[in-house]
Design a protein around this ligand. Structure first.
Ligand code: GLC
Ligand code: MG
Ligand code: CA
Length: 611
């Protein structure tokens, strides 16, 4: 660990990911660590994104540069060094486009301009240029499923302008005779993800429009070729500016059942039969007509073709598409497209650690969830691991504080792309946001004073903790758009950078370790050692092996390392959980090992010299 860490901090390797960087890293490592001769020449060349550390910036909460209490682009520019220092190689920014902010940027009113609270186009161009100088890739978050009702598209469509008439999903009402009166009703029982009917009446157009999310987020009509062209245009506009790819939002909802296929009317969803849900609550119906429709994948595959063609025409590095889809494993894997993942998005985000695991999970659950992805994934495609995002409780709060280092180690040692949500590198927890301070549209729509905590996404969005100054160094303003979490004096970047032992230091060690060919190209093996402890070993012929042992349980656990196939003792401790009593650099000679609750160790073993 010591040597690789010195190499990473002293050299330029932290700046870049990909083959050039790998070559430089290799040369440095060789000269400094006197490793056995490289078999690097024979290793497949990886594209820049295939093994990168990808970091989600929740723009509004990352860094405020102008003191309005709201994160902005200049704030991100000011902190670009943080990515380099962390070993992050690519960032994706939650939406930065003009928006009325009903869903904090996921309701876009102009896809071609920057939201005024975040800055202007020049700021964005500066950000992109400066990030690129540092070797960082920048991805934007495009929302293709819906636009703000304040967008020109919607305004024109609502006004029945011919060019925009079919841009959205419009439907005639159903009139129900109630004896003495006739009542206007929506065309189907579809329920919005944010609660209430998915149909909203427009007085202007005298029709209903569809919104799978908030009322202010109208669903585009993807059967209209003009809409397809427009989304491609939007992507082209930003690619021309130099962005390196896109995160594509909410893809399962792109297409809905079409009346033409159902005798001219919108079909009702079947009822779930779950009695606790009333007819306007999510969960009342089973979304077979509004989610995961096969037709949507053809649209996604067209987008992939577009970005691939863009590279052919314009040169430069690969432009990537990463898709957001909460769906079952089969429907998720379809986003890859084919066996080598070249037909669909470069990958769909893997939400297994969010949806399938929690603080109740044991080692078997972890192993099972990890192998599930690796087993279903098309054989030639790239894996990825997501531990949190702006829609879910933070990693440290969904699991336990004592698991932070083990979880980051897992993320950074598994094959493929490691995805970090801002704050995970320092183990940030959810902040407390009262009902009065709650601004999340999902929580406001679905919850009330007593129930909102089940739905609210605000706690995962409280501002980043830079230091222990006022407002955690996020802003010079005391009033920030969401309150700063109380624990910022205890958990913040400045303090963790200064400390010899911290989540951040562990994170840095591991992002550095990722440069090792074993972690980019090696084989993996993962299995339980006990009910609560599992191992992940990465091996590559002729190179050091790396093993993670992680006790996810709440009790001390004694395990037998001799049960890890191919692990030759002694092994050297590369890094460990911050509270571990095992020192970095320590040699482990005996196979029985006791791990404290949540404790993780990363071990290194050198290859046995071939005689
Ligand atoms: C995605 C976003 C989420 C947003 C929703 C609607 O799930 O991650 O924040 O509310 O799409 O755009
Ligand atoms: Mg600001
Ligand atoms: Ca849709």
């Amino acid at each position: 660990m010591k040597l690789t860490r010195e190499v990473c901090i002293g050299g330029t390797v932290v700046l870049v990911c990909g083959i050039v960087a790998a070559g430089i890293a290799w040369a440095l490592l060789r000269s400094l660590d006197d490793l056995p001769p490289p078999s690097r020449q024979t290793l497949p060349v990886l594209d820049w994104w295939e093994h990168c550390v990808l970091y989600q910036v929740y723009t509004r909460s990352f860094k405020d540069s102008d003191g309005d209490g709201i994160g902005d682009l200049k704030g991100i520019i000011d902190e670009l060094d943080h990515f380099v220092d962390s070993g992050v190689e690519a960032i994706w920014l939650s939406p930065i486009f003009e928006s009325p902010m009903v869903d904090f940027g996921y309701d876009i009113s102009n896809y071609y301009d920057i939201h005024h609270e975040y800055g202007n186009m020049k700021d964005f161009e500066d950000l992109l240029r400066k990030a690129h100088v540092l070797g960082l890739k920048v991805l934007l978050d495009i929302v293709p499923n819906h636009a703000s009702i304040e967008s020109e598209y919607f305004q024109n469509s609502e006004a029945d302008e011919p060019e925009y008439r079919d841009y959205f999903v419009w439907a005639e009402p159903v009139w129900t005779d109630m004896g003495n009166e006739t009542i206007r009703q929506p065309p189907s029982n579809w329920v919005s993800l944010f609660g209430g009917s998915a149909w909203e009446w427009s007085e202007v157009r005298q029709k209903y429009y569809l919104h799978q999310f908030a009322v202010e987020q109208a669903d585009f009509n993807f059967r209209n070729p003009a809409v397809m062209d427009e989304i491609i245009n939007i992507m082209k506009y930003w690619l021309d500016k130099g962005v390196d790819g896109f995160r594509l939002d909410a893809l399962p909802y792109l297409v809905e059942a079409y009346p033409e296929d159902f005798n001219g009317s919108y079909p009702d969803e079947p009822l779930s039969g779950i009695s606790k849900f009333s007819s306007n609550q999510l969960g009342y119906t089973i979304p077979i007509h509004t989610k995961d429709l096969l037709e949507l994948y053809d649209i996604v595959y067209e987008w992939r073709k577009f970005v691939d063609d863009y590279k052919i025409k314009n040169g430069g590095d690969t432009r990537v598409l990463f898709s957001e889809a909460y769906a079952n494993i089969s429907m998720t894997m379809l986003y890859y497209g084919d066996e080598d993942g070249s037909l669909g998005t470069h990958f769909p985000f893997n939400f297994g650690f969010i949806t399938d695991l929690s603080d109740k999970s044991d080692a078997r659950d972890f192993v099972y969830t990890i192998l599930k992805w690796l087993t279903y994934k098309p054989s030639g495609s790239v894996a990825n691991w997501v531990f949190g995002n702006h829609d879910n409780k933070r990693m440290a709060s969904r699991f336990r504080d004592d698991m932070v280092d083990g979880l980051n180690a897992l993320n950074l040692m598994l094959p493929g792309v490691a995805v970090t949500y801002q704050g995970e590198e320092i183990g940030m927890r959810d902040g407390y946001v009262s009902w009065q301070d709650t601004v999340d549209v999902e929580a406001r729509n679905r919850g009330n004073n007593d129930t909102y905590l089940q739905y609210t996404r605000d706690p995962a969005r409280t501002p980043f903790h830079w230091n222990d100054d006022m407002s955690a160094g996020f802003s010079t303003n005391e009033n920030t758009w969401l309150p700063i979490a109380d624990d910022y004096t205890e958990i913040n970047l400045a303090q963790q950078r200064e400390s010899d032992t911290s989540h951040y230091k562990v994170y840095q060690t591991l992002t550095c370790l990722r440069k090792e060919p074993t972690l980019s190209h090696g084989l993996y093996d993962i299995n339980t050692l006990s009910r609560e402890t599992f191992y992940l070993i990465r091996r590559l012929k002729g190179h050091d092996s790396y093993t993670l042992v992680f006790n996810v349980g709440e009790e001390e656990d004694e395990v037998d390392l001799s049960r890890i196939p191919q692990l030759e003792l002694p092994a050297r401790v590369v890094t460990a959980s911050v509270f571990s009593e095992v020192m970095e650099g320590k040699s482990i000679n005996q196979s029985n090992l006791t791990l404290r609750p949540g404790e993780a160790l990363v071990l290194k073993t050198s290859p046995v010299t071939d005689c």
